[in-house]
Design a binder for this molecule. Structure first.
Ligand SMILES: Cc1cc2nc3c(=O)[nH]c(=O)nc-3n(C[C@H](O)[C@H](O)[C@H](O)COP(=O)(O)OP(=O)(O)OC[C@H]3O[C@@H](n4cnc5c(N)ncnc54)[C@H](O)[C@@H]3O)c2cc1C
Length: 343
């Protein structure tokens, strides 16, 4: 089991949340892991139970039906799922699609989908990959042709997480095939829309409980209000979000290159250097920053340092003594961790 005494990135609130996650998973996920794997899907009741317990989309703002917490709460859920060995698609919704809706959605789109995504009543997917377009997303062939007040979508997608369960899918399509990346748009397609067909739930060598699917679109007509973000801005939106996803994966992957950085108060920090050195190996510290830290500005200082470092930072401790480190690792740390580094 995870030794939380070494996990300085998390606050006491995160740790309390982790207890809740473990209890909820012990009741609703653990006893059914084999069944989920055998069936290749996690049933909606489990999504509902997990959502009602407050485990889905923790970062969604209160005005959109969420709790407005920091990304550390998403990380806790992801870690606990990994310990359990569950491939449920909760993290796709909490860590990825929720951001698209919250950041790019109109007031109507946010009100329509986000509260249900938080409660588990609405399950979402994002459909980028196609049989002929994976890493190179510019090669997608799915089109969305303008027709009066609608777009008409044609094409197919594959490897789509939550593909069977999805109530609404963010579909990446070319609205102007001649314009290359600049002609790509994100469109929302709801389950049940005529011409939208969920294909096979794919057989995989791992993640057996995840309903990773093919999706087909044949003359699927959606109103222009279903555009998510800007027309022709789809590729930019994807790149913004995918960069974040990559950084998240890097953060959670223990093999990924990263810095373990300690930040100490320059006024008194020299005294702490010897203590820190004693802990170096145990913490795997790779860098030390001495800087002036004054009271309330600490969060901003941490964020600025995190942004200025060339490599992802896994841990920043701020304090004068080793014992001081933990209380100073504030929520700002977690937020700073997932911000883009300075260009
Ligand atoms: C379990 C699972 C869930 C998924 N969920 C989703 C989802 O929800 N939505 C979605 O849209 N997609 C999803 N995908 C698809 C995933 O995003 C793609 O598999 C991924 O983008 C890679 O595309 P590809 O499989 O076509 O591989 P390819 O792009 O064909 O790549 C094959 C290999 O070639 C390498 N390669 C490719 N281009 C280059 C290059 N220029 N230089 C050097 N090497 C290169 C790749 O690194 C890889 O090793 C999922 C995939 C899996 C396995």
């Amino acid at each position: 089991m995870l030794d939380l005494s070494r996990r300085f990135a998390y606050t006491d609130e995160h740790n309390m949340f982790r207890d809740t996650v473990r209890k909820v998973f012990a009741q609703h996920l653990e006893p059914f892991l084999d069944e989920h794997e055998k069936n290749g899907i996690v049933p909606r009741e489990v999504w509902k139970a997990v959502g009602e317990a407050g485990l889905l989309c923790p970062t969604v703002k209160e005005e959109n039906g969420g709790l407005g917490l920091d990304f550390g709460y998403c990380a806790v859920v992801g870690e606990e799922m990994a310990y359990l060995g569950s491939a449920a698609g909760f993290t796709l919704q909490s860590d990825i699609t929720a951001n698209y809706f919250e950041r790019l959605g109109t007031a109507e789109q946010r009100a329509k989908y986000l509260p249900g995504m938080v409660t588990g009543d609405i399950i979402t997917a994002i459909a980028m990959t196609e049989p002929g377009a994976g890493s190179d997303l510019q090669g997608i062939r799915t089109t969305a042709r303008e027709d009066g007040g609608d777009y008409v979508i044609n094409g197919s997608k594959t490897y789509i997480t939550n593909g069977q369960n999805a109530d609404v899918v963010i579909v990446v399509a070319k609205t102007d095939p001649a314009a290359g990346a600049k002609g790509t748009t994100l469109l929302l397609v709801e389950d049940g829309t005529p011409g939208f067909v969920k294909g096979r739930n794919l057989d995989k060598i791992g993640q057996h409980a995840a309903d990773t699917s093919e999706l087909f679109f044949e003359d699927v007509r959606v109103p222009k209000e279903n555009v998510l973000g800007g027309v022709g801005r789809g590729f930019v939106h994807l790149m913004e979000e995918l960069r974040k996803v990559k950084r998240v994966i890097q953060k959670l992957d223990p093999q990924a290159p990263h810095e373990v950085l300690l930040v100490l108060d320059a006024n008194t920090g020299q005294n702490a250097v010897t203590q820190v050195t004693a802990f170096d190996d145990a913490l795997g510290v790779t860098g030390l920053v001495l800087t002036k830290l004054d009271g309330t500005a600490k969060g901003g200082v941490i964020a600025a340092i995190a942004k200025s470092r060339p490599r992802p930072i896994r841990f920043i401790g701020v304090g004068e003594q080793m014992d001081d480190l933990r209380p100073f690792v504030a929520a700002e740390f977690v937020n700073a961790l997932f911000e883009e580094p300075a260009a």
